[in-house]
Design a protein around this ligand. Structure first.
Ligand code: GRG
Length: 304
């Protein structure tokens, strides 16, 4: 199966590109070498995690840390951990038992490239590796209590009450008429929880108190909702070349999406309102949050 290149870069911002490189370096170091046995499993894990995604979630971890006065480089183990959970979720989501997709990030999906059994196991191993990688915050001088709280936040966001649970609700809603409130509940779990965890982890590394960590998590949840509404809208109108994954799949599978429940114009307004609320919250954080504000603008303007 041939590759299909993304037609547009996610960002041309030099500072963001430098951070994506730092994130990819952290991922590369966290992942086992492709030459280490079992080679096929490790090659599949590297294929899924290092493929050219936007790295939105780890970028948010770094920007959240910086917005609260931390040095963003100290948050790299948390950023890599978040991206490893995301990579696991994409590998499993693409499997024939779930969305049965054959393209992701402009390449054949992991199960197309490595077979279903190895892709399933690579997803499992990526999830386990995320928690091992998060423990690397200790090398950055983050205290054990904060690391334990970061582990709890990431585990909760990845589990049955959030990410995996959202996917089950998503499956159950397939082919049914759904109300906006139901779609919102699915999106909050499937996408909002992990983006909320990204902002919470950055805040934890920065040394923020519990109230501030919760406030950052809420900011992330709002952003996650806006992000998933964008995803729903692009799935209807964009192309395989633009997205690096098949478009039109939500309608074909009868998925619970914002446009299906509310129509396109109201969905666009809902996403814009969620971004505006996020921008307002970020502006109140002061100048140190400017990079976070610019990242959110980049996300709002995305075409893939
Ligand atoms: C345990 C069998 C089993 C399944 C779990 C966790 C899960 C299935 C599915 C997760 C749900 C999911 C994939 C939600 C989609 C969220 C989303 C918008 C993904 C696309 O994110 P981007 O645009 O992608 O950030 P890139 O490729 O840029 O990283």
């Amino acid at each position: 199966m041939k590759r299909t290149r993304h037609s547009r870069a996610f960002t041309r911002d030099g500072a963001l590109i430098a951070r994506v490189r730092a994130i990819d370096h952290a991922l590369d170091r966290a992942l086992p070498a492709a030459s280490a046995p079992p080679r096929r499993l490790h090659a599949a894990m590297r294929y899924a995690a290092l493929s050219p995604g936007k790295r939105v979630r780890p970028l948010l971890v770094l920007a959240s840390c910086e917005a609260l006065g931390g040095a963003w480089r100290r948050a790299l183990p948390a950023a890599a951990a978040l991206e490893l959970v995301h990579a696991f979720s994409l590998v499993h989501d693409d499997l024939p038992a779930l969305d049965d997709d054959d393209f992701r990030r402009g390449r054949p999906t992991a199960h197309r490239r490595y077979g279903e059994a190895v892709a399933l196991l690579a997803g499992d191993a990526l999830l386990a590796l995320a928690f091992e990688t998060l423990a690397g915050l200790g090398r950055e001088g983050v205290g054990a209590v904060r690391i334990a709280e970061a582990q709890r936040v990431l585990a909760h966001a990845s589990g049955s009450r959030e990410l995996v649970g959202g996917q089950v609700l998503d499956l159950e809603a397939e082919g049914r008429r759904v109300r906006a409130v139901d779609v919102r509940a699915i999106h909050a779990r499937k996408t909002g929880a992990l983006i909320g965890a990204a902002l919470a982890l950055g805040a934890l590394v920065a040394g923020a108190n519990a109230r501030r960590v919760r406030a950052m998590e809420q900011l992330g949840r709002g952003l996650g909702l806006a992000f998933q509404i964008q995803d729903d809208l692009m799935n209807r109108s964009a192309t395989l070349r633009q997205l690096g994954k098949r478009a039109g799949t939500d309608a074909a599978l009868g998925k619970a999406t914002y446009p299906a429940a509310l129509g396109e114009p109201r969905s666009r307004r809902a996403a814009a309102a969620a971004f505006q609320r996020a921008r307002g919250t970020i502006a109140r954080l002061g100048r140190r949050a400017d990079p976070l504000g610019r990242l959110v603008q980049t996300i709002e303007a995305r075409t893939r």
